[in-house]
Ligand binder design. Structure first.
Ligand code: PPS
Length: 568
């Protein structure tokens, strides 16, 4: 492939002077508050990262892309870039109208001249683009559960870039990178796309890939949106910076890409190639299972592990970027060095640590050897992922009113405070209703709001390294699952079902509420005139009948020890 034309590529921004005027005028327009993903998409549309797209896709472009990876003009493009909005917003907008696009803080970033408005068939989109209408795929889940029901399309007039306060000097637009390559005289540039920290094997493979292609290396990690559960980009960028010393500085550079990944495997690889071409690269490393979303709901891989390399290879000429195939590098103990797996001689010992094993070692504070990663990287990872016994967590009691939740939660709190080390907060049902949810009643809608508020506070406590003990009734399993998800992003979630029967709770009737409920004086009373969905698989199930409070609290303590959350 010939040397790239590093001339500037088209951006969608108006001049600096016009931008101020336009911004003022745009204040009058109907405006859409962009989602986090849409902000990422808009940034790359405006700065040319998604060249040749000139805006969010029209219906014709979208249909072509979904069906056959082609825009209406026949150009190769694998991923729908659409502006999804709510039905209520869509009612306010008609083709021919301009709308202002605002970021999360309300700043106007651009204007879209709406040409198209349509209701997509999301199942067809999921099948066409991601190969399956299965919500185990993060992008399909997003499509069905988070994306709006209506799509708007039309060209964009860019007013300003989204503002980033973090790692500013490491973020470059396509034209900034092109100018950098021009200035340094770089003509062949291999891009390495990543959403994970770099360990020694990655360093070896990227270094070799660049050497084999006789090219310079661009480490181009995604910092927009990656796979749910990934290590946050703040930690990763500190890790990348730590690894940068391992490369010759005259041949390698690091730049951050504010892309919202879709984890679309083969199609995503082609998309990544087009984005890298726009950033001035000539080559891209495509690995086994590139941008893979993991397992589907039947427990099988969504994509053939070599599907991305195949699709990229078939479209290489049109992408305009040459594929460098990713050699799996392994550590050979006898030689104390890394080698491509297919070149290791028979009888030699290969050492490897999988991603799961690495997470276990971090969680349990175990050794991570120097042959696997660089000490500075490990240190960064340990700072973000301390051993479980030093992380925050949430214990979430659920059960009928009067089941004993609050009493056991109180006993647990005191025991944990006696141990010390982490702050403990009790979010008891009654307490929350007094301080956080005093305006709420007991309808399903209100109970869900109440539980989500508790979940939010508990997730913040967990994130900041504390222990949250919650003790609401929380009668609906879907809401409890949502809370679990919120918390597990930051630490462990321990669900404790206080399984006292409704008959026993009514017999005890400590607050006299069951009597009132039976008399119809309290409506929607859980277990009497309102449902309670039992947890199917809680971490702990407590039988309180015939058991002391202390014994019950001890059962929870034992579970916490067993999960490594407290030290024995
Ligand atoms: S929920 O469903 O989780 O939002 O309920 P929660 O916030 O835990 O509040 C339950 C406490 O409110 C009292 N109470 C009622 N409970 C159930 N149903 C109805 N209709 C009701 N009205 C008032 C009751 O005392 C609960 O306290 P606990 O601590 O659970 O006994």
């Amino acid at each position: 492939m010939s040397a790239p034309n590093l001339a500037p590529i088209p951006e969608l921004f108006v001049s600096y002077e016009s931008a101020a005027k336009l911004k003022h005028e745009a204040g009058e327009l109907v405006s859409w508050d962009l989602t986090a993903r849409q902000v990422c998409d808009l940034e790359l549309l405006m700065n040319g990262g998604f060249n040749p797209l000139k805006g969010f896709m029209s219906e014709a472009d979208y249909n072509g892309v979904v069906r056959e990876m082609r825009l209406a003009d026949g150009g190769l493009w694998p991923m729908p870039i659409t502006l999804d909005v709510s039905e209520a917003f869509a009612e306010k907008v008609e083709p021919g109208q301009d709308i202002a696009l605002r970021d999360g803080e309300g700043v106007i970033l651009g204007i879209m001249s709406v040409t198209d408005k349509w209701v997509p068939n999301k199942s067809v989109e999921a099948e066409g683009v991601f190969g399956a209408d299965d919500i185990a795929h993060p992008a399909v889940n997003y499509l069905h559960h988070r994306a709006g029901a209506v799509y708007l399309g039309g060209p964009i007039t860019g007013i300003q870039q989204p503002v980033h306060y973090d790692f500013r000097s490491r973020r470059d637009t396509p034209n900034e990178l092109r100018a950098y390559f021009r200035k340094l005289g770089w003509r062949k540039i291999v891009a390495f796309q990543t959403r994970n920290p770099l360990h020694r094997a990655h360093q070896e493979l990227t270094f070799r890939a660049a050497r084999e292609a006789e090219a310079n290396l661009l480490i181009h990690p995604v910092v927009g949106m990656t796979k749910p559960g990934d290590i946050d980009h703040f930690t990763r960028v500190r890790c990348y910076e730590a690894v940068l010393d391992q490369y010759p500085s005259s041949t390698t550079t690091l730049s951050l890409l504010n892309l919202a990944m879709r984890m679309g495997g083969p199609r995503e690889a082609v998309w990544h190639g087009l984005i890298r071409r726009n950033h001035g690269c000539t080559h891209m490393i495509v690995g086994r299972d590139h941008a893979g979303p993991g397992k589907n709901s039947a427990g099988k891989d969504f994509y053939d592990p070599y599907g991305a390399q195949k699709l990229f290879g078939e479209n290489e000429a049109e992408i305009g970027v040459e594929m460098v195939d990713f050699k799996q590098m392994v550590y050979v103990q006898e030689k104390a060095q890394y080698e491509p797996r297919d070149e290791v001689e028979e009888g030699q010992t290969i050492l490897d640590i999988s991603g799961t094993e690495l997470r276990r070692r971090l969680r349990e504070g175990l050794d991570i050897p120097d042959w696997f990663s660089f000490p500075a990287v490990v240190q960064e990872l340990r700072r973000t992922s301390p051993p479980r016994a030093e992380q925050g967590f949430t214990v979430f009691f659920t059960g009928f009113s009067g089941s004993g939740k609050s009493t056991i939660a109180n006993a647990l709190m005191v025991k944990l405070m006696e141990m010390g080390g982490r702050p403990v907060t009790l979010l008891d049902g009654d307490l929350v209703r007094k301080h956080l949810s005093s305006e709420l009643g007991f309808s399903k809608e209100h109970r869900d709001i109440n539980i989500r508020r508790i979940g939010y506070v508990a997730s913040e406590i967990t994130k900041n390294g504390g222990i949250a003990i919650c003790a609401p009734i929380a009668p609906y399993s879907a809401t409890r699952s949502a809370v679990r998800e919120m918390i597990e992003a930051y630490g462990a979630f321990v669900e404790v079902h206080v399984a006292t029967t409704i008959e026993e709770c009514e017999r005890r009737d400590r607050k006299g509420l069951y009597k009132l409920a039976r008399e119809g004086k309290i409506k929607e009373f859980t277990g009497i005139s309102d449902p309670y969905e039992e947890p199917k698989d809680p971490e702990v199930r407590l039988e309180t009948e015939g058991n002391e409070i202390d014994y019950c609290a001890q059962q929870v303590i034992l579970k916490l020890e067993n999960m490594g959350l407290i030290r024995a």
